[in-house]
Design a binder for this molecule. Structure first.
Ligand SMILES: Cc1ncc(COP(=O)(O)O)c(C=O)c1O
Length: 399
C-alpha cells in the first residue's frame, strides 16, 4: 500500500501544502500511542507538556505571551477561534443560538475554505463571510475591510471576527496583519490569523517582517503538520487570552473532576477525547531545536526564489505572481500552443503520472497553472532544477 501511495514526505512532492514526516515526530506519535493519554480531563504531565509545546510555538512565531492548545488541523483550529470570537461578540450565543442575530466574518477573497465552513458550523451561515478584495500582492485591502465593517455596523450586523491569512494556500500571500490589527482594535473586533500554512515563516529573518503585528492578534492558527515537518495531524491554536476559550467551551459535568486551580483541557477545546498531539512537536523542538526549524523554513523560501529565477531565464515559462513565502504559481507557455489552460492541465496530470515530481494544477485569475509549495526540508536546489526540467521535457510531449 505504501509503495502505491502518493507520499507528501518525499522531496519532490510539491503539491498542496505537504508535510515532511520528521522522524522525531513519528517517534512522538508512536510514544503517544503506547500510553494513550486522554486530554479531555486534566492529564497531569501530558497537560504540562502541551502547555510547554504551545509556549515554545508562541515564542517561535513572535507571539510570546499567547497560550493555546493542540487540535487535529487548521480546519478545527480556525473553527475553534471563530466559536470563541462568536461568544465574545455575541455573548450568550452558545446558549441562545444566533437565530435572528446577524453576524459577519471578514477575510480576503483568497482565504481558505475552512473559514467558510467554520462560519457554516458556527451557525452564522456561509453568507456571513465577506470575501474582501485583494491588492496587487494578493493581500486583503485594509480600507476595504474598514468599509465593510462600517456598512455592517450601520446595518445592525455584528462583526464576529476578521480572519487575516498568514500565507494563502494559492500563492502564500500574507495579509497586512499590523494594518488589520489597527482597524480591528479601533472597533474592538476579534482578529484571527489563519497561519495554518505560513505562520512558521514568522520565525525567519526573511519572513518576520511579513508577520509584523502578530503579537497584537486575538488568535492564530499554525499547522505543525505543514511547515514544521511533523506527521499529521498536529495543529496549534494560539490565543492572547485563554479565558476567551473558557467562555466559549467551559462547562460543568458531574462526571468531570473539578478542583480548585485545576483546568480540564476540555473546558478550552472543541474536541472532547484528544491524544497528546503536542508530544511530536515537543520532541522536534527538543531534538532539532528552533534553529534547525528556522533554517529548514528558510530553505523553502530560498527554493521558491531559485525557481522564480530559473523561470525568469526561460521564455517558455511564466511566473504568475511574485512569491511571498514558499509557493509559486507558474505556467508553461511554449510557442505555438493556443490553449495554455488545457496545456497546463495536461502537463500537471502528465507530471503526476510520470512520478518524478508531484505538482498539482491550480487556477489563478482564471488561468490554469502549475502550483508548487516548498515546505519540505528535504527538497534541494537540484530538486528545484529537476522540477523545471521535467516540466520542460513533458511539456513538449503532452499536446
Ligand atoms: C491557509 C490554510 N488554512 C487552513 C487549512 C486547513 O488545514 P487542515 O487541512 O489541517 O485542516 C489549510 C490547508 O491546506 C490552509 O492552507
Amino acid at each position: 500500500m505504501l509503495d502505491a501511495s502518493v507520499s507528501p514526505a518525499r522531496p519532490r512532492y510539491l503539491s498542496y501544502v505537504g508535510s515532511s514526516g520528521l522522524a522525531a515526530g513519528t517517534v512522538g506519535d508512536a510514544l503517544a500511542a503506547t500510553y494513550d493519554v486522554n486530554l479531555a480531563g486534566h492529564a497531569a504531565g501530558a497537560a504540562i507538556l502541551e502547555d510547554q509545546a504551545s509556549r515554545w510555538t508562541a515564542e517561535f512565531v513572535g507571539h510570546p505571551h499567547a497560550r493555546g492548545g493542540f487540535t487535529s488541523g487548521g480546519q478545527i483550529s480556525n473553527l475553534t477561534a471563530i466559536l470563541a470570537a462568536r461568544e465574545r461578540s455575541m455573548p450568550g450565543a452558545r446558549v441562545a443560538g444566533v437565530l435572528g442575530q446577524g453576524g459577519a466574518i471578514y477575510c480576503s477573497s483568497e482565504a481558505h475554505h475552512s473559514i467558510v465552513r467554520a462560519a457554516d458550523v458556527a451557525g452564522l451561515g456561509t453568507g456571513s463571510v465577506r470575501r474582501l478584495p485583494i491588492d496587487a500582492q494578493r493581500r486583503m485591502v485594509p480600507e476595504a475591510l474598514e468599509r465593510a465593517l462600517e456598512d455592517d455596523l450601520a446595518a445592525g450586523i455584528t462583526p464576529v471576527a476578521v480572519v487575516a491569512t498568514g500565507g494563502t494556500t494559492l500563492t502564500g500571500a500574507v495579509d497586512p496583519i499590523a494594518d488589520l490589527a489597527t482597524v480591528c482594535e479601533a472597533r474592538g473586533v476579534w482578529l484571527h490569523v489563519d497561519g495554518a500554512y505560513g505562520l512558521p515563516a514568522a520565525a525567519t529573518t526573511t519572513g518576520a517582517p511579513l508577520f509584523a503585528g502578530i503579537d497584537r492578534v486575538d488568535s492564530a492558527t499554525l499547522d505543525a503538520h505543514k511547515w514544521l515537518g511533523v506527521p499529521k495531524s498536529c495543529s496549534v491554536l494560539l490565543v492572547q487570552d485563554e479565558t476567551v476559550l473558557e467562555a466559549a467551551f467551559g462547562h460543568e459535568e458531574s462526571y468531570l473532576l473539578h478542583r480548585e486551580g485545576m483546568v480540564n483541557p476540555v473546558d478550552r477545546t472543541l474536541e472532547y477525547s484528544r491524544p497528546v498531539r503536542s508530544l511530536k512537536l515537543w520532541l522536534v523542538f527538543r531534538v532539532h531545536g528552533a534553529g534547525a526549524l528556522r533554517s529548514w523554513i528558510q530553505r523553502g523560501i530560498d527554493n521558491v526564489l531559485l525557481l522564480e529565477a530559473l523561470i525568469g531565464e526561460d521564455p517558455a515559462f511564466e511566473a504568475l505572481h511574485r512569491p511571498m513565502l514558499s509557493t509559486l504559481c507558474f505556467r508553461h507557455r511554449p510557442a505555438g500552443v493556443a490553449d495554455l489552460d488545457a496545456h497546463n492541465l495536461r502537463l500537471a496530470h502528465a507530471m503526476q503520472a510520470d512520478g518524478r515530481v508531484h505538482v498539482a494544477p491550480a487556477t489563478i485569475d482564471e488561468r490554469v497553472c502549475l502550483r508548487v509549495c516548498f515546505v519540505n526540508f528535504r527538497t534541494t536546489a537540484d530538486d528545484v532544477r529537476m522540477t523545471l526540467d521535467v516540466a520542460r521535457e513533458l511539456g513538449h510531449r503532452v499536446d
